[in-house]
Design a protein around this ligand. Structure first.
Ligand code: NOJ
Length: 534
């Protein structure tokens, strides 16, 4: 029988193929390189890879500007290489989802080229044109640091075109039924090839309507339900993961009645994890989780600490955003749009205890976690590179000058000390049972063998200590008890009487008798299961 709910307790891993492993020495990572590294990903224990876009693209937005939806950019390889990757990944029990960019194409896409060249072309109406730049004034600008308007004048077309992201990414016109069909065909093409689903990019923006924010419109939901129907009818165990950087009530709508997305990123939780770590108090995390509406049983949140974009601060108040910038972006070059362009390890002061604790939260709170490539070894960033490129530097496999990433010249420079390949690399960590890599690997293995982590059941425990996030994860088969000490100092917590008794520490395998008080070391964490339930 097919396991159609596999995603609920899966570990996801996001990969920039360009930055992962180069097999042919041209300095860019590629599909054959990724195939070479599947054993590593299997060792780590990841269940599903999310590949950033690998379609032919002029790379004005690192592949999120697609010029051909039906091919692989030659930099990464061929369709046959992609088929080989799928085969090799599936052999190892690893699934692969790709980015599906519905909202916009590259301005180099033949549709846009035809549209701008001829107002009578059938492709003209594939995009959103206007004689003025005054329509849809209530739609916000997303790439605030670069774009001044969502309209750009096109000399050749003699009209403005609409774009929610870079001006090199014209929005498709989803009011056109042909566009709707084209994009379903794109999805069908890759699903037929055998992929396991899509991370669907920028879903809130598909339709535009006057006097609205042009986000989360009912038309958008109706279309996404069609996409889901296609998946349910023909590709039953495939996953649709929603990228909607919105408040929980809005994202909730993208789950529908279990008939729209299977999963959605929990954007508001992410900055609050960083707030909690800095304030040494868990209240913001608790508050956002308590204000997150329940989702259908078959659905799941996707939780994350970092990804390939800036640490976005759209889902916090202005005051919280200022505070986050003060705390986590002391140098102005670290700010980008409404966010912070830094990787996990530098954000957490390269402090091993904090990095582990952050993962303890990620792996034990509700949701299925996603790891951003390189964060499992504590890779740094290179802020000399513009935009978000500093977070997308080559994976550091070993301590050689090119970090075992390529035998040519890497497409981008590595981070400097203390994050250079000489200090941070897979080879050094893989043989060391106490390395970050192996500690996280153990967490992953434990997490996956406990269905409670993949369920929705969670109850906060009142410990009387605001620095210790303590909760039960409930499941018909087991009850787990988790403690996370956010403080840099040891903390004592009250253990409610009903939770006393003998527990097993799942991460070390040792038995721990819980009495009325528990002392946790600085940034310490415990994942417990009742001995009587073993
Ligand atoms: C969201 C992606 O994560 C980001 O990298 C991209 O720039 C925009 N969508 C536009 O596609």
């Amino acid at each position: 029988m097919k396991d159609t709910l596999w995603y609920k307790n899966a570990i996801f891993y996001e990969i920039s193929v360009r930055a992962f492993k180069d097999s042919n020495g041209d300095g860019h990572g590629d599909l054959q390189g990724l195939i070479e590294k599947l054993d590593y990903l299997q060792y780590l224990g990841v269940d599903c890879l999310w590949l950033m876009p690998i379609y032919p693209s002029p790379l004005r937005d690192d592949g999120y500007d697609i010029a051909d939806y039906y091919n692989i950019d030659p930099i990464y390889g061929t369709l046959d290489d992609f088929r080989a990757l799928l085969h090799q990944a599936h052999r190892r029990g690893i699934r692969i989802i790709m980015d599906l960019v519905l909202n916009h194409t590259s301005d180099q896409h033949p549709w846009f080229q035809a549209a701008r060249a001829d107002c009578h072309s059938p492709y003209r109406d594939y995009y959103v044109w206007s004689d003025t730049d005054q329509r849809y004034r209530q739609a916000r600008i997303i790439f605030l640091d670069t774009e001044t308007s969502n309209w750009t004048w096109d000399e050749q077309a003699g009209q403005y075109y609409w774009h929610r992201f870079y001006s090199s990414q014209p929005d498709l016109n989803f009011d056109n039924p042909h566009v709707q069909e084209e994009m379903l065909n794109v999805a069908r093409f890759w699903l037929e090839m055998g992929i396991d689903g899509f991370r669907v990019d920028a879903v809130p923006y598909l339709f535009e309507r006057e006097n609205t924010s042009c986000e989360n419109l009912p038309e958008t939901h109706a279309y996404l339900k069609r996409l889901r129907k296609l998946v349910d009818e023909h590709y039953l165990d495939c996953l649709l993961l929603c990228e909607a950087n919105q408040w929980p009530e809005e994202v909730r709508l993208y789950f529908g009645e279990g008939d729209e997305f299977h999963m959605g990123f929990h954007f508001p939780l992410m900055p609050r994890l960083f707030m909690a770590l800095k304030k040494e108090r868990f209240e913001d995390v608790r508050h956002i989780l308590e204000s997150t509406p329940p989702i259908p049983e078959i659905c799941q949140w996707c939780t994350f600490l970092r990804n390939h974009d800036e640490l976005t601060l759209e889902m916090v108040s202005e005051e919280e955003r200022r505070w986050m910038w003060e705390q986590y972006a002391p140098d102005p070059c670290m700010k980008l749009n409404l966010g912070i362009r830094r990787r996990l390890a530098p954000l957490l002061d390269n402090d091993r205890r904090k990095i582990e604790l952050a993962h303890s939260l990620l792996f034990t709170l509700p949701g299925a976690p996603i790891i951003y490539y390189g964060d499992e070894i504590g890779m740094g960033d290179n802020l000399d590179l513009p935009d978000r490129n500093g977070l997308r530097t080559p994976m550091q496999w070993e301590d050689s000058p090119t970090a075992g990433f390529t035998y040519g010249v890497p497409f981008a420079p590595f981070p400097r000390a203390p994050y250079a390949p000489q200090q941070v690399n897979v080879a050094a960590q893989i043989g060391d049972p106490h390395s970050l890599l192996n500690v996280l690997r153990n967490m992953i293995a434990v997490r996956k063998s406990h269905p409670a982590f993949g369920g929705h059941g969670m109850v906060w425990i009142e410990t009387g200590n605001p620095a210790v996030a303590a909760y039960l994860r409930l499941h018909p088969e087991e009850t787990l008890l988790v403690f996370n000490n956010l403080s840099g100092r040891p903390q004592a917590v009250r253990v409610p009487a009903e939770h006393g008794g003998r527990w097993i520490d799942l991460l070390s395998g040792q038995v721990l008798p819980l009495v009325s008080e528990l002392l946790l070391p600085s940034h310490g964490y415990l994942w417990l299961k009742r001995v009587s339930e073993l």
